[in-house]
Design a protein around this ligand. Structure first.
Ligand code: ADP
Length: 634
């Protein structure tokens, strides 16, 4: 049994953060109170969640409360909660290391801002439990995990080590005692305010934590104030915070700062959100939602079991985090709270999945969010661009999975254009040339690579816009959707592309000449082991050769993706297209009329040139260089 006091070292990153907490000058030192209250409130939330599946803990969180005590005699500020608590192992892994998602970025930002004041950085990041060392030079954490009878005491002076020993709490929860920095002269700037004053603490709670859903009680335990206390003794204990959930208050009464604080509270994100969404549904299904679009992507955005950001409340009682059931997968970046009037308090995930109410909420939220995005796109294009850059690739998944809203989501897409910058599908359609009935796109590479594709040449010449689709998901949604409005999507890498009628006629003199010459047949025979077919191109203007795909075009990226998923897809059948107007092709054709000796060389050269143009490696680089040198010499 680990009953004795043991000494541990902080993990090295934690050490650095602690050093900083202790030695920096803060523009806003108050944040440590907010951070600790937020942890306390999370701990009670966790207990509630545990109670749903563990009979023994059921109901324990019903009387969740947070107690803050100042003691002038001991120079301490104490924050207690009756939440989930921690075991000895928890203490080591949670308080001895830094596991917060943003720590790496935090440390990086810190490195960059080395000489500047670190204070604002810490204010922005809010570095959780460690911020207690802003105001304290010794911190003691006494804690007992719910469902166990073991209490542990964690203690540190923030000097690189901490100890853990036995303690004796009567019940589950955590009490954090901060021994406030005393040496005012030396540390004057460190602690700007008197954190032993109940007025000061009350002010901080009101400012940062008013919405916390558990009552926060504040007490002065100083003997010095004994008299004052006695007078107050018969007064009923009143929480300092209003506990009024932000989403229940009229929007006009809530300040933007309060909304931002709440965002911080639920996400632990240090950056302000990009957009806030409030929603109130009345009628047969009643619920309120307060949602946010973050301004940076969560780490797990593309993890298979990544978290969703919706917290479910039922009639103001917190029920669960990560409520996947209430929001479609492609909106998983949304953070916030949904408070239902109709669901039963002991709802489980299984029940939630089947409840009619869930479907109604999910539908309404989806509608609302898509509406907000549409408005944002119209009214705040710069912010929308930022949004799109971060979350566009996720939103596009909705075109595949949410058929009902497919058209709406397609209209929200910002897509790279061969004409530079980004366009929307609606703008694309309104910019079509006369007679154009298709939406042309190219994919299978980064936008940068696609911009240089020779397949764009004829389109550029004819002033037809082509969408440059650089995300892997693009290929999937475009094949899924097939069309936008009445217009089919057409890959310009496909074997037969349907150009607007007016474009077809003009170009065929050289083509006819080549067709008659038998040259194409010769080239085809010479490299038949490497490609499916050789054709005369109508899409090339300046380049000699390119590859096009037979049948459904599948990009090399997609091929790799399917292969990695273990899926069998038919071998690629590529067609080599040659530009009849290009001098190299013409030279080869002239040679072909004399004899066939060099045909294989020419074939290989064209294949290599097409590979290069597609941004692919040349399979036989050495032969290619030799051949090319030989040709140039001739
Ligand atoms: P964060 O809260 O962002 O995870 P912190 O450094 O504030 O980071 O806390 C680290 C971890 O310590 C928390 O995730 C939680 O598991 C645990 N913890 C902190 N405070 C408490 C508390 N009052 N009760 C229970 N666990 C806590």
């Amino acid at each position: 049994m680990a009953k004795k006091v043991e000494k541990y070292e902080f993990q090295s990153e934690a050490k650095q953060v602690l050093e900083l907490m202790i030695h920096s000058v803060y523009s806003n030192p108050d944040i440590f109170v907010r951070e600790l209250i937020s942890n306390a409130s999370d701990a009670i939330d966790k207990l509630r969640i545990e109670g749903l599946s563990n009979q023994e803990l059921s109901g324990l969180a019903d009387n969740g409360r947070i107690d803050i005590t100042v003691n002038k005699d001991q120079n301490t500020l104490t924050i207690s909660d009756n939440g989930i608590g921690m075991t000895r192992e928890d203490l080591v892994s949670y308080l001895g290391t830094i596991a917060r998602s943003g720590t790496k970025e935090f440390m990086e930002a810190l490195q960059k801002a080395k000489s500047a004041s670190n204070s604002d950085l810490i204010g922005q990041f809010g570095i959780g439990f460690y911020s207690s060392f802003i105001a304290a030079d010794r911190v003691v954490v006494e804690t007992r995990k719910a469902g166990t009878d073991e209490t542990s005491i964690w203690e540190s002076k923030g000097d690189g080590t901490y100890t853990i020993g036995p303690g004796n709490l009567d019940s589950n929860g955590t009490t954090i005692t901060m021994y406030l920095k005393k040496d005012k002269k030396k540390d004057e700037e460190h602690v700007a305010k008197d954190y032993l004053s109940t007025w000061v603490i009350q002010g901080i709670i009101k400012q940062y934590s008013d919405f916390v859903t558990y009552p926060i009680y504040l007490k002065d335990a100083s003997k010095k104030d004994e008299k004052k206390k006695e007078n107050k003794e018969d007064k009923k204990e009143e929480p300092v915070n209003s506990m009024k959930a932000l989403w229940t208050r009229p929007e006009s009464e809530v300040t933007e700062d309060e909304y931002k604080e709440f965002y911080r509270h639920i996400t632990h994100d240090w950056e302000d959100p990009l957009e806030r969404i409030t929603y109130k549904a009345e009628g047969t299904t009643e619920f309120k939602a307060l949602l946010y679009i973050p301004s940076r992507p969560p780490m797990d955005l593309f993890f298979q079991n990544g978290k969703h950001g919706i917290q479910l409340y039922i009639r103001r009682v917190f029920i669960m985090n990560d409520c996947k059931e209430l929001i479609p997968e492609y909106l998983r970046f949304i953070r916030g709270v949904v408070d239902s009037e109709d669901l039963s308090l002991n709802v489980s995930r299984e029940i939630l999945q089947q409840d009619r109410c869930t479907a109604v909420i999910k539908n309404s939220l989806t509608n609302k969010i898509l509406d907000v995005l549409k408005k944002m796109k119209q009214d705040k294009p710069n912010e929308y661009k930022k949004f799109w850059q971060i979350f566009g690739v996720v939103l596009k998944e909705g075109i595949i999975s949410d058929i009902k809203n497919r058209e709406r989501i397609m209209k929200l897409c910002l897509l790279d254009s061969s004409k530079g910058g980004q366009t929307t599908l609606e703008d694309y359609v309104s910019n079509m040339v006369k007679g154009q009935r298709k939406i042309y796109y190219i994919n299978g590479g980064t936008t940068e690579q696609l911009t240089k594709s020779p397949k764009l040449e004829t389109f550029k010449k004819r002033d037809i816009e082509v969408l440059l689709l650089g995300d892997t998901v693009d290929e999937i949604w475009i094949n899924n959707a097939g069309k936008f409005g009445e217009y089919d999507f057409v890959s310009i890498s496909a074997e037969n592309i349907d150009l607007p009628d007016s474009a077809k006629k003009e170009e065929n003199k050289e083509k006819e000449k080549l067709e008659k010459s038998g040259f194409i047949k010769k080239i085809k025979e010479s490299v038949s082991d490497l490609i499916e077919d050789v054709k005369i191109s109508t899409r090339l203007v300046d380049s000699p050769a390119c590859f096009v795909q037979k049948g459904e075009p599948i990009s090399p990226q997609m091929r790799n993706f399917f292969k990695s998923m273990g899926q069998d897809i038919p071998e690629e059948k590529r067609i080599l297209e040659l530009n009849p107007n290009h001098p190299l092709v013409q030279q080869a054709a002239v040679e072909a009329e004399k004899d066939d000796a060099n045909m294989k060389d020419w074939g290989e050269i064209f294949i290599a040139l097409a590979s290069i143009a597609d941004g692919e490696p040349v399979t036989n680089g050495k032969t290619f260089t030799e051949l090319l040198s030989k040709m140039i010499k001739n």
